[in-house]
Write a protein that binds this ligand. Sequence first.
Ligand code: AMP
Length: 376
Amino acid sequence: MKHVLVLGAGQLARMMSLAGAPLNINISAFDVRSENIVHPLTLEILGSGLQQAIAQADVITAEFEHIPHDILAVCEASGKFLPSTDAIKAGGDRRIEKALLDNAGVKNAKYAVIETRTDFELAIERVGLPMVLKSALGGYDGKGQWRLKDLDDVEAIWSEMEQCIADSDSQAIVAEEFVPFQREVSLVGARNRNGDIAIYPLAENVHTNGVLTLSTAIDEPVLQAQAAQMFTAVAESLDYVGVLALEFFDVAGQLLVNEIAPRVHNSGHWTQQGADTCQFENHLRAVCDMPLGSTHAVRATSMVNILGEDSVPDEVHALAGCHVHWYGKEKRAGRKMGHINVCAENTAALKQRLLQLADLLDDDAFPALKPAAQAL
Ligand code: AMP
């Protein structure tokens, strides 16, 4: 029996726990908000505090990147933390992420860092309009972002950004050129302590209001090779151990990295039913010093996020190839509550199945589903 302590107690720790059980890997989770050690499935508080949990763990890992640096430091000091704190910090700070990508020679959108009004003027010169402005710290799912298309809006956007910079320590804004992409894709892969790498097929992602709503595994060898080369460059530059996700913009077949996530990723949930070994198991294999499992896609699969809903019609469970995964969370508007993996023999059958699923679900709650299925 191995014991893994996960920093963060959300759905990713939950799904690691489910994937770890058959391998005799036992997970406990650190809830960063309450600072309690909890059971990842029931969220029941377990007796031990962080220090004791660190002492008892064989390995410590993380399910998200916005972890207070003092907690990361304590975990790092134990010598049990994987991936490195540098990787976690790169995922949580867009300045570090951009520098990392540049150092690894991986293409990303042109950018400039803004701390002052003068920096903003320089960024407009260097990056050009239109631009996307993102808070360096704490931004995710499109939060903490502005779009500047017209110089007339500079004052209004600056007053909001100035407030954002003042609101937290060492905050800044990263200005990025607006990328006229055709679509967004992501790559999830794992690297273990031996340096072995196993990469899943790319997923094509649909975002609605900045939040991922649908991911479909795709089979495009040329793009896959490009993405895999970038994945390897980033993973090796960090001496990364665990599952790592890269999100890309696809601009006419040329990939630019948008973001890296030093963890299992929402766009990799399809692997639970669509791949030989799911991303959660491969993360645990990597950090527990085991051989990686095959990342081969075993059938055509899409993942549909369930946002702000805590039930689906019974007929969904009757639909062949549909697998519902709930996260056990209380319902809140827009909250990631669960997902549905939809599998089929081939893309044509997957399209039919997604259309059948769309007919069963409320269009308002799943606005991306029907158009994405039609476009398959
Ligand atoms: P992010 O939080 O960086 O993933 O951004 C959220 C979403 O905003 C992305 O999924 C894109 O759809 C869009 N976006 C972010 N950065 C850019 C950019 N530089 N150019 C165009 N769209 C962007």
